[in-house]
Write a protein that binds this ligand. Structure first.
Ligand code: ZN
Length: 170
């Protein structure tokens, strides 16, 4: 995916997240300097996990400040955005912990089964194929190859499915 299509795809994805979850993602594109204003900061291999997480989280009055990769793991920073019981607060905490746990076993780059890899001081959760790539250019080239072979969906499709079937399923 070249630079232009990457940003177009990212804009499309951000717009859809905001449209589906206006409360939870109200800081996407917002002038407040929340990290989430530019969208998600992790590889698209984790998007299917985030799809489930966002669906579940949106049942609660929460707002998301940041979604990112750190030290090879997923981090989701959120806050209450209305009255929440202690039980509901714990429920959201557990949903996030479950998603983080799934990410430790999923390649951040391509979504295949993965594990934590430490290389040159960097920590990634990668599959056997992606762990040998060096830098984002090589990782991106690998994703392009997999997409060309029909083995991988685009980031938007990984999040919402093909033909927006995510939205139809509700
Ligand atoms: Zn991979």
């Amino acid at each position: 995916m070249d630079h232009d299509s990457y940003w177009k795809e990212k804009d499309r994805l951000n717009a859809k997240l905001k449209e589906l979850y206006p409360r939870m993602f109200r800081f996407i594109g917002h002038e407040a300097r929340m990290p989430i204003r530019l969208g998600l900061e992790c590889g698209s291999g984790w998007y299917p996990i985030l799809t489930d997480l966002f669906k579940d989280m949106s049942k609660y009055p929460v707002v998301i400040h940041q979604v990112k990769e750190k030290f090879g793991g997923l981090r989701v920073y959120w806050q209450e955005d209305g009255p929440m019981s202690e039980k509901d607060h714990q429920a959201v905490h557990d949903l996030v912990a479950k998603a983080e746990d799934r990410c430790w076993r999923t390649c951040e780059n391509c979504g295949a089964e993965g594990q934590l890899v430490v290389a040159n001081g960097w920590r990634y959760t990668h599959c056997d194929l992606c762990k040998d790539t060096d830098g984002w250019k090589e990782r991106d080239a690998l994703l392009e190859k997999l997409r060309a072979e029909g083995k991988l969906l685009t980031p938007y499709e990984l999040m919402f499915g093909k033909d927006d079937d995510y939205i139809r399923k509700g």
